[in-house]
Design a protein around this ligand. Structure first.
Ligand code: ZN
Length: 438
């Protein structure tokens, strides 16, 4: 309600920002990431050029609740060579070509021996699939199905120059203190190799939000986590059980750069302020977003919403994981990522933060019949015409603000934009018709 809070942002989509975020995603695209290893470190170093990032290293073998931090995986090169000496699969040409977390390998073998280690997509014969084997020692290659079908009996030279050794799991954290220690969490995963929408979109949007929030005053403290999926959020929660209790609102970002309209998955609580804030913002977009209920499958909201924590953390998506054909394939490439979508996602999150920052509970000081707005210069329509939206917001506020309803509640019930309700509340507070509760 006061100026010290996050200023009400313009909700227009900044196309130049979209181009800049797309360029950042392009820069991150070639890096071979995994749940551990130098790819994550390189990624965090590039984020750290834009925002102050604290990097944490958790040793292999560390216990994190029911999980153990795995050995660290790094890869230098990998290939399959045919009997003429041609590299027919080449890690350096596409890092999805290797089963992520493949153990080292060097052998010559026939097609029959090689085939159990080859992965392809029969229904998308031109695409390379993304496959991992984090928790079971394995090796393998991923290739277009069309290419797999054309292989002769061999023999083939198969080399994977990787290491799987005791090391660390790496994650990045950026805390922007506000006026209160209550926190808003923004979490994204940093463990996918060359995949644009599924992981890079969340990284570049989260980085931009942290950069923006560092430049404006805000009431809440904001914590940004750049973590390897699943094991990274589990490691963070295990090391920060006390800090986690300060998280009042949170969102996991995933697949937020494609051309689809928004889908927001509610927190396990179902009707937390973060859930209502997203519902409010998404319903007022030109292409209203979908809301889906919590389910224990998806991204790191699974960990934040595990019953021991039960944090108010939802998940914002555009394309829904597993439901679009580019998902987890080489077609999730920079061309699949839309600058406009990235910028629009930033705008939506700024609007959600604005709701969280400005939401308050107020009380009408003149609850016996309507106070006369005209004599206070607050009612500006000509007699006979209907009230404008700001006047409607005032009438709703004066009627609903009995001390039990928040500004977000009023916006939801009235169908008005949150920003309209806040502006009207500010005018009524200035006229002493509304006062804060508590
Ligand atoms: Zn994924």
């Amino acid at each position: 309600m006061t100026e010290r809070l996050l200023p009400i942002a313009d909700s227009h989509v900044d196309e130049a920002l979209g181009q800049a975020l797309h360029a950042f995603a392009d820069e991150l695209y070639p890096i071979c990431r995994s749940i551990t290893g130098n790819g994550v470190r390189q990624t965090l170093a590039l984020i750290n050029r834009r925002i102050p990032l604290e990097t944490h290293e958790v040793p292999s073998g560390t216990q994190a609740f029911d999980w153990t931090i795995p050995r660290e995986w790094n890869i230098r090169d990998a290939w399959i060579r045919d009997r003429h000496g041609n590299k027919i699969v080449d890690f350096r040409k596409h890092n999805l070509s290797v089963l992520n977390y493949s153990v080292p390998m060097s052998a010559t073998m026939t097609l029959a021996e090689l085939k159990p280690h080859l992965y392809s997509l029969p229904d998308q014969p031109e695409a390379i699939p993304y496959r991992t084997s984090y928790h079971q020692e394995a090796w393998g290659f991923c290739l277009p199905h069309r290419q797999l079908m054309a292989l002769d009996e061999g023999p083939y030279e198969v080399v994977i120059d990787s290491t799987l050794e005791p090391g660390h799991l790496t994650y990045g954290e950026c805390l922007l203190p506000g006026e209160v220690s209550d926190e808003v969490l923004v979490s994204c995963h940093v463990c996918h190799p060359s995949l644009s929408d599924d992981n890079l979109s969340g990284i570049v949007v989260a980085t931009e939000l942290a950069r923006y929030l560092a430049t404006v005053p805000h009431r809440f403290s904001y914590r940004f986590l750049f973590v390897p999926g699943t094991i990274g959020s589990i490691a963070w929660l295990a090391r920060n059980e006390a800090a986690a209790q300060r998280i009042r609102h949170g969102v996991v970002l995933t697949c937020v750069g494609d051309a689809a309209s928004f889908t927001y998955k509610r927190s396990r609580r179902g009707a937390a302020d973060i859930d209502l804030a997203f519902e409010q913002v998404l319903r007022h977009l030109p292409a209203p977003g979908d809301l889906v209920d919590f389910s224990p499958y998806g991204y790191d909201e699974r960990q934040y919403c595990s019953p021991g924590f039960n944090l108010a953390v939802g998940c914002l998506m555009r394309g829904v994981h597993g439901e679009f054909p580019e998902y987890h394939t080489s077609n999730d490439n920079p061309g699949f990522l839309k600058p406009h979508s990235l910028a629009e996602t930033v705008s939506v999150l700024q609007q959600v933060f604005e709701v969280l920052e400005h939401n308050a509970t107020l009380r009408n000081t003149k609850p016996f019949c309507e106070p006369q707005l005209g004599k206070r210069g607050l009612y500006r329509t000509t007699g006979g015409t209907g009230p404008n939206s700001e006047n409607m917001a005032m009438l709703w506020l004066l009627n609903q603000c009995d001390g039990s309803q928040s500004l977000l509640d009023v916006a939801r019930r009235s169908g008005l934009a949150f920003r309209t309700v806040v502006r009207a509340a500010q005018a009524l507070a200035q006229a002493q018709l509304l006062v804060p509760v508590g």
